[in-house]
Design a protein around this ligand. Structure first.
Ligand SMILES: [Mn+2]
Length: 474
């Protein structure tokens, strides 16, 4: 089997050009920039001193990109959240680079500092400071990204933007080093390499482009990484070990994004692992957390008020098997089942965990896990488009979109809704510390049992029936 590096070399059509790039860049190592160019100088001046920060629910690409771009443009690298995932921590250690400062601790960040966003452009993915700042349009001076440009992004002044349809933001940053002929220190090269490997799943994801392959070759050379395949394996293993220890609460909220179409709102969480079994072992808890998450999305964090129309209609968790190059999707209820079938027709369904209880009356226990086909690994390129396509078509199920219903209607229905009961019970019983949220399994089982009992009694008293669907395991 050829290594990722060898494959990348083979796929690079312009090897001569690449050699030239390397020698050119090496010539400029550690030298003063010899030929000031209007292009470079003005961008440098524009971004100088800015805080470079990635998205919340942060990932290695966001952190590495912020570090790389800040070093290139003489800015300040920042992290959007205090807690970093196991892959990021592993990469920083491996590259001997210090963890950047949490953005809220950077002087001026809350007042008048300028920002360059990396790896995102949507308001809802921005760090809390920017989300809450009505003046952010004055403060965002740059965006370097490889996602669709957000409709929600607006600035009051012209800004520097570099958006390219590549597999990783760190690929763009690497090219910016070449463009600006600036010395790329080996540690930063290694960190950027690890970020490209992370975002492209070691160059196997459908989002991978030739630009990413070329950059992997280049960065392996600069960063002195002889075997990027082995590097990818180690970092994915670090991420998997970390995920397995997270627990269901963090699993469904860690790398989670919402998508809307046709009045529907769908949340997609993704876990990238080298082995899926440890995640499936807690599938029942994951389903419960997905059901609670849907309700949580209606909370207004600032006012503490709830808007049930803002709740998710659907919540999914995809477990991406990086080694097998395929995915499994946890289906948390009847609505999710209907949408999953519309988005991914013909995919096999099984139970997510042996002996699992069906999460509702419109789904069976052996329909709680969908097995997606080979090569299905990307939220951006595959999962989200499939759902968006289904939702914007004439998709219907047994419920209408939350956004199209009246508050009265939703509030009335909530009294009968298992998810609502779970949500209320869960709010009573969990401990929250700065590192993670722990719902003890006892509490969970107790809550689920309690909620189910309450619902069961209520239904029985209302209709005379006595065996509600969706009752939990003892
Ligand atoms: Mn990225």
């Amino acid at each position: 089997m050829p290594t990722a590096l060898e494959e990348a070399w083979d796929s690079v059509e312009t090897q001569g050009a690449l050699d030239e790039l390397i020698s050119l860049a090496q010539k400029h190592r550690a030298q003063e920039h010899p030929e000031p160019k209007i292009y470079d100088d003005h961008i440098r001046k524009h971004l100088h001193g800015s805080i470079f920060v990635g998205h919340i629910n942060t990932d290695l690409d966001s952190v590495a990109g912020a570090i790389g771009a800040a070093a290139l443009f003489d800015g300040i690298p920042a992290i959007s959240e205090e807690n970093l995932n196991g892959e990021i921590l592993f990469a920083l250690k491996e590259c001997n680079i210090e963890k950047p400062t949490f953005v809220e601790h950077i002087p001026g960040a809350k007042d008048d500092a300028f920002f360059c966003l990396v790896d995102h452009s949507e308001v809802k993915q921005m760090c809390k400071i920017l989300q809450e700042d009505k003046n952010r349009g004055n403060r965002i001076r740059g965006v370097i990204d490889h996602h669709a440009l957000a409709e929600s992004l607006a600035t009051s002044k012209p800004l520097f933007m570099d958006l390219r349809p590549w597999g990783s933001m760190s690929t763009i940053v690497t090219c910016l080093y070449m463009q600006h002929k600036k010395y790329l220190p080996p540690q930063i090269a290694k960190l950027l390499l690890m970020a490209v490997l992370s975002d492209t799943l070691n160059l196997t994801s459908v989002t991978t482009t030739d630009a990413d392959r070329q950059v992997v070759v280049l960065l392996s050379s600069y960063g002195k990484v002889n075997d990027p395949d082995e590097m990818a394996r180690l970092q994915f293993q670090a991420k998997t070990d970390w995920i397995v220890n997270l627990g269901a609460y963090e699993m469904v909220r860690g790398d989670q994004k919402d998508f809307s179409a046709g009045g529907w709102k769908c949340g997609i969480a993704v876990l990238e692992v080298t082995t899926v079994e440890p995640v499936l072992a807690v599938a029942e808890s994951i389903i419960m957390e997905l059901r609670i998450l849907k309700k949580e999305k209606g909370e207004n964090k600032k006012t503490g008020e709830r808007d049930m129309r803002a709740e998710l209609d659907f919540a999914f968790l995809f477990i991406v098997d990086i080694v097998g190059n395929t995915s499994k999707m946890i289906i948390s209820g009847g609505r999710e089942l209907a949408l999953a079938k519309a988005a991914f027709p013909g995919c096999k369904l099984t139970e997510a965990q042996p002996g699992i209880t069906a999460p509702g009356s419109t789904i069976k226990a052996d329909e709680t896990l969908m097995h997606l086909g080979e090569g299905m690994v990307s939220r951006k390129a595959q999962f989200a488009p499939a759902f968006l396509n289904a939702m914007s078509g004439n998709f219907t199920c047994h419920k209408k979109p939350n956004s199209e219903r009246s508050l009265e209607e939703l509030q009335k229905e909530a009294e009968e809704d298992m998810n609502e009961l779970l949500y209320r019970e869960a709010q009573k019983g969990f401990s929250h510390n700065s590192v993670s949220v722990a719902r003890t399994s006892q509490l969970l089982n107790g809550s689920l049992g309690g909620a189910s009992m309450a619902l069961s009694k209520k239904r029985a008293s209302m209709s005379g029936e006595s065996s509600p669907q969706g009752s939990p395991k003892k």
